[in-house]
Design a protein around this ligand. Structure first.
Ligand code: TYD
Length: 138
């Protein structure tokens, strides 16, 4: 399966009226997993690159609920970049995808949803190790 199909852009409904907008996230409904952990990244800027890892077990959805950033993802074969620049746009990142987040606006709040509790052991932080594990599965 190609990378764009594996990592779909999720377009959430903005339930807007004259009072403002509201976006609803429901595990197993408009997010393709049960949500076990939520974290958010802020205070980064355009000089910072975060991520630089893949996860053996965790799936993610990334949403810039304020400001904007970009995420570059690869499966070891293809690469693509996603602009996270609207609060109703997300990207789904399955396990064993290498990711870098960068180009944070100073007001960026990047919300991350995942299906696991934190476990440093499931992180792959070395790109060559990642390629070895990915290609071993092929
Ligand atoms: P890190 O993985 O470097 O963040 P990023 O993916 O944005 O590059 O995590 C930064 C620190 O926070 C690191 O010491 C691990 C810790 N951390 C947790 O304790 N729990 C978590 O759920 C996450 C995502 C990170």
């Amino acid at each position: 399966m190609n990378l764009e199909t594996r990592c779909p852009i999720l377009q959430f409904a903005a339930l807007g009226d004259e009072r403002g907008q509201l976006v609803v996230i429901e595990g197993g409904r408009n997010i393709p997993f049960d949500i076990k952990r939520v974290f958010y990244i802020y205070g980064s800027d355009s000089t910072v690159v975060r991520g630089n890892h893949a996860n053996r077990n965790s799936e993610f959805v990334l949403i810039n609920v304020a400001g904007e950033s970009k995420v570059r993802i690869t499966d070891g074969n293809e690469e693509m970049a996603v602009n996270l620049n609207q609060p109703m746009i997300g990207v789904y990142i399955p396990k064993m995808i290498w990711k870098d987040m960068y180009d944070f606006s100073s007001d960026s709040v990047l919300l991350v949803l995942t299906n696991t509790h934190y476990d440093e052991k499931e992180y792959i932080r070395d790109f060559d190790q990642y390629l070895t594990e990915v290609h071993a599965k092929e």
